[in-house]
Design a protein around this ligand. Structure first.
Ligand code: LLP
Length: 406
């Protein structure tokens, strides 16, 4: 793979330097539109709230806002970014966890819908205000994600109100004077199995019945979180989004009819699905070492893309102009940690210093999880829009590292 949306990767690397994240806006639009069309076909009252944590470059957010998306924000700064990039407040949901009073104050100030992680959060909130509309993130007791670290429900998860306590949470909120309600869950990230989504929607709706019928509440929205996966390995199958939308809608409609809920708004909060395959990390080979194994070192590392080191995640890698993968190498970065490894026993071409390496599927949780570890600068970011590359964040400099020191 030598070009991104028709642009030669080597030229991009020469023009902007490495390591660099490159995002293809056309692919973002394809992903968003595909999901939106599938949802529209089966459940017209739907909203896609892009999850800012996946990638929150302001220019990318502006682009996603123009597609018509809402936003899922998890911190005050994400609220700020969502507002500055043109998402309307009515289409923003704030979902924190262990939300501080300051966090809640910000969410109130921005007048966005608030989705609380716990009853204890509600107690903090009502010291500040009683909102007109509210939801709780429910832990439905089951969760699934691509790795343990991204499984966000079930008994080991730190998130959400345990479903056995959900009724108490809503009763308290109603008693205190909240008038309108929704319900939320986020059970795990990077799922590729449509029937899993059907299962959790059914589970959440069964829980909703047990809460809302006795409390005589009509839920206005059902937010099933993100979690739509993308294939990272060649042998993984793409998530069948059409079938997923169909199954989610069927489960939602069936339970809504049964419980007399009318037609609540269906909200999805995808991050990865919208941006992962639109992003590439481009790096340069900085050294090849024939040691006990063959190590290929790059100018990008766990500081640039932490997913392999953190979760054991895999990102497919190509080398510019070289397709003959005759060697087995350990691909690593320059950080002083032995977990700074992208892949072991990786089929790889014969490379030399200066060769350009292209990591796929790096648009989500790439830059947003990068760091300055070892005092390496965060990379620059470029987006390709209307066929042209545009620098949307400059590379960090020493001044950025020194900023804030007193
Ligand atoms: N909504 C909520 C409340 C979330 O916590 C998340 C992600 C999303 C939506 C978006 O999930 P997505 O559609 O991207 O699966 N850093 C990990 C992923 C962590 C996801 C955490 N929550 C990774 O690199 O795989």
């Amino acid at each position: 793979m030598d070009n991104i949306n028709g642009l030669d990767v080597k030229h991009l690397a020469e023009e902007f330097g490495t390591p660099i994240y490159i995002y293809d806006c056309e692919q973002i639009k394809i992903n968003y539109t595909k999901l939106k069309k599938s949802l529209d076909r089966y459940y017209s009252k739907n909203s896609i709230h892009y999850s800012l944590k996946a990638n929150s470059n302001l220019r990318i957010l502006e682009y996603i806002a123009t597609l018509g998306a809402g936003a899922d924000c998890s911190s005050p700064v994400e609220l700020e970014l969502a507002q500055r990039s043109g998402f309307t407040n009515s289409k923003i949901l704030y979902t924190g966890n262990y939300e501080s009073e300051e966090d809640l104050k910000k969410a109130i100030e921005f007048s966005v819908r608030i989705n609380l992680d716990d009853i204890s959060s509600f107690k903090r909130l009502i010291k500040l205000t009683v909102p007109e509309i509210l939801s709780f993130r429910i832990n439905p007791g089951i969760g699934k994600g691509g790795f343990e670290g991204i499984t966000t429900a079930g008994s080991d998860a730190k998130f959400g109100v345990p479903y056995e306590m959900a009724y108490d949470a809503y009763k308290l909120a109603k008693d205190v004077g909240v008038k309108r309600f929704g319900i939320h869950m986020m059970t795990g990230s990077n799922n590729l199995e449509p029937y899993y989504f059907a299962e959790i929607v059914e589970k959440l709706m069964t829980i909703a019945g047990k809460i809302f019928i006795p409390l005589d509440i009509q839920p206005e929205y059902v937010d099933i979180g993100g979690g739509l996966g993308v294939p990272y390995y060649d042998d993984e199958k793409e998530l069948d989004i059409e079938l997923t939308a169909k199954l989610i809608s069927e489960a939602l409609k069936e339970k809504s009819a049964k419980f007399g809920f009318g037609e609540p708004e269906l909200i999805l909060e995808p991050g990865r699905y919208i941006i992962a395959n639109a992003g590439y990390l481009i790096a340069k080979v900085t050294g090849v070492k024939k040691s006990y194994k063959t190590f290929v070192g790059l100018d990008a590392g766990m500081n640039t893309l932490i997913r392999p080191a953190l979760y054991g995640a895999f990102h497919k890698v190509d080398v510019y102009g070289k397709t003959n993968k005759t060697n087995l190498v350990t691909l690593c970065g320059q950080i002083c940690e032995n977990s700074d490894i992208f892949a072991k026993n990786l089929p790889f071409p014969e490379v030399e210093d200066g060769d350009i390496v292209i990591f796929h599927n790096s648009g989500a949780y790439g830059y947003s999880m990068s760091s300055n570890y070892n005092n390496r600068m965060r990379p620059a970011e470029v987006m390709i829009i209307n066929g042209k590359p545009q620098l949307i964040r400059r590379r960090e400099t020493l001044d950025d590292i020194l900023t804030g020191i007193i």
